[in-house]
Ligand binder design. Structure first.
Ligand code: HEM
Length: 133
């Protein structure tokens, strides 16, 4: 989800007649009828946010969440927020796979439950082993 984010493929059509102006003083205007999209890869592949960003690391988020919990039991707002933003359904400006803000994906809670049920079913009904490399 982090490496091939759906969000970048979703465009938003500019509706206002005056277009959409860059919010931070940059000098561009997207005219009415054009499409804007988000460059999620810029965040998702940033090595300052995700060390060694293209490597598959199954416990990348779980490890950090565990560390955040151990670092003082989430006693401060910062620690609490750090732990919370690592949840499977959490969205943030640094993790955009489900979008972020008002229109963030509402189906992500269903996806979380389904993936957990799938995982539980596999563990209960199958023996799993590594493929020979
Ligand atoms: C892993 C699976 C899924 C991924 C990665 C995903 C990702 C996304 C993304 C990136 C958006 C756009 C958010 C934005 O515009 O900021 C979105 C929107 C949406 N998703 Fe999902 N989605 C998933 C599963 C689902 C499921 C299972 C449902 C329904 C049961 C669902 C329902 C929706 C709806 C209704 C929106 C539009 C929300 C709005 O515009 O307010 N999604 N999703």
């Amino acid at each position: 989800m982090r490496l091939t984010s759906l969000l970048s493929a979703l465009g938003r059509k500019v509706v206002p007649a005056a277009g959409v102006r860059a919010p931070d003083g940059e000098d561009w205007v997207a005219p009415q009828g054009s499409y804007l999209t988000i460059n999620a890869a810029d965040r998702h592949l940033d090595p300052d946010l995700y060390p060694d960003p293209t490597r598959y690391d199954a416990f990348r988020f779980a490890r950090e969440a565990q560390e955040a919990q151990q670092d003082g039991g989430q006693e401060t707002n910062q620690e609490y927020l750090r732990a919370r933003r690592l949840g499977m359904t959490s969205t943030s400006k640094d993790f955009l796979a489900f979008g972020h803000g008002w229109h963030a994906c509402p189906g992500r809670f269903l996806v979380e439950q389904m993936l957990k049920m799938l995982m539980a079913y596999m563990l209960m009904h199958y023996d799993i082993e590594y493929l020979p490399s």
